[in-house]
Design a protein around this ligand. Sequence first.
Ligand code: PGA
Length: 243
Amino acid sequence: MKIIKVKDYQEMSIAGAKIIKEEILKKPNLTICFATGSTPIGMYQALTKMYQHKELDFSKVTSFNLDEYVGLGQSNPCSYHYFMYKNLFNHININKNNVHLPNGIGDIAKNASDYEKLIASKGGIDFMILGLGTNGHIAFNEPGSKIDESTREIKLTQSTIDANKIYFDNENDIPKTAISMGVGSIMKAKKIILLANGIKKADAIHNMIEGPVTSNCPASFLQKHHDVTVIIDTEAASKLKNS
Ligand code: PGA
């Protein structure tokens, strides 16, 4: 893994956006997989600025997303579909026909297999953005997930529900499951960047980079991927011993 250490959230966001810019400049029809959560919001704002300054053109980009809550429709403000439009897609010139998110409504097993087929039909993911859960999850692959799993319905752990309840008016409204790309789907991406900031991510960063490769920390499977860049701020890097 390549590790880029930066000072703070702002520097992390700019560093991530610059890498994405380089990738789109190299390949204007890049297939990119986006992440949700508080981590990438600053990076999406930086990408929006680059677009406004005419440094970036998203018109040929195809997008996928890692995950979606089961039971939340696209117009639900807590859905990841809604998040992506609010934080990025409404502000850039991506072709809405090229935007794809997992569907958390209806027959989830069928939606999951259709999603994998759709990704394959576009030639796979060129570039993927990941955040990191405090429990070591990537997308919604909670501890216990295996390295070879594909998109599926996953039961959220209490720690994930606790971390995400700030986005919901009422804890009881938080879906108990999500449809998420699996670690196997993630490992197929040609290039990955993972962003993490803040002291609460320090243990997960240490386990991911310096711990054993284990289902207990699904992010540690990324040690087996050939092209991962980790962008972390000082606090998130504070428990690394040798990196
Ligand atoms: P966060 O979530 O960006 O809101 O910290 C990251 C994750 O759970 O993957």
